[in-house]
Design a protein around this ligand. Structure first.
Ligand code: RIB
Length: 298
């Protein structure tokens, strides 16, 4: 079981010919409004992978539709609190090549409390995982409660910030980082992917670490070994949520008892499929879609 302590955002997705430049005013060709947030996306991905997921977060009173969607996709939202003030949201530009840029507004995602966490984790067992990103407040409290209850901790420090370095990162059992996040975590601003792999392996010898490289696949570091998992080649429509799809599928695989490298391989296929469709949560594939895709590429 996964307890995902994470954001729930309303994503305003603008299709644009190119990502807007400083000082430029740019017309978009389309606007869609979908459920997103790294937390919610990862919960949906893990649930679609077949794993029981309990989502712990906060949302504005007027956005109950988001909870109905999460429930409909098999995510337990009982621990989500409806709070005063606006929900978190994201302004997302997606260009013709499927690349994106994202501006976040934290809103309700910054209203998590220690008592909400404590209540949500009351029934957690030692075989359960806590999953965490960096779009909510109270990360230090999540680390402390996971440790106190001897729960495994998976951390995707996205988006990366200086405050991440103040956390007891040696406690993390599974890290999922892209190159930007890895550079921040190992304090090597210009490191190549290979330098980042070496530094991550040295700094976190007891953790499973996945360094995601987009279309370049994933470097999986586990028990002193580094394994490259390739990403299948696809036509990208929208890369939003691909990293979150990888995280949810990877952790669902670990909870199901898969070897980390097997779980990472499957998660690469799930992430690749997600970029072939627009939107964050709407693009996350089901386990059946992923199995069929893997078979078709074998
Ligand atoms: O990782 C993609 C997500 O980042 C979007 O859904 C957006 O809400 C931001 O949190």
């Amino acid at each position: 079981m996964i307890y995902n302590i994470g954001s729930i955002n309303v994503d305003y997705v603008y299709r644009v010919p190119h990502l807007v430049k400083p000082g430029e005013t740019l017309a978009s060709h389309e606007l869609s409004t979908v459920l997103g947030g790294k937390g919610a996306n990862q919960s949906v991905a893990a649930a679609r992978a077949g794993c029981p997921v309990s989502h712990v977060g906060c949302i504005g009173q007027s956005d109950q539709w988001a909870l109905e969607q999460l429930n409909g996709w098999g995510v337990d939202t009982k621990p989500v609190r409806s709070v005063d003030g606006p929900s978190g949201h994201a302004i997302i530009q997606v260009d013709d090549a499927g690349e994106n840029s994202i501006v976040l507004f934290g809103g309700a995602n910054h209203q998590l409390s220690a008592d909400q966490l404590n209540e949500a984790l009351t029934d957690a067992e030692q075989s359960d995982w806590v999953l965490l990103q960096n779009e909510c407040n109270a990360l230090d409290e999540v680390f402390a409660q996971a440790k106190a209850k001897s729960l495994s901790l998976a951390f995707n420090p996205a988006p990366m910030s200086e405050s991440v370095l103040q956390l007891p990162l040696e406690q993390v059992n599974c890290f999922i980082v892209n190159e930007v996040e890895a550079r921040g975590v190992v304090a090597n601003e210009h490191g190549s992917a290979q330098e980042l792999v070496s530094a991550l392996a040295q700094q976190f010898p007891k953790s499973i670490v996945a360094l995601t490289l987009g279309a370049g696949g994933v470097e999986l570091i586990h028990a002193g070994h580094v394994t490259h998992c390739s990403a299948p080649s696809v036509d990208a429509v929208d890369t939003t949520g691909a990293g979150d799809t990888f995280v949810g599928y990877l952790l669902a695989g670990l909870v199901a008892g898969l070897e980390p490298v097997v779980a990472a391989h499957k998660a690469c296929f799930a992430a690749a499929l997600s970029v072939t469709k627009p939107g964050a949560t709407p693009s996350i594939p089901t386990a059946k879609d992923v199995e069929q895709f893997m078979t078709s590429q074998a």
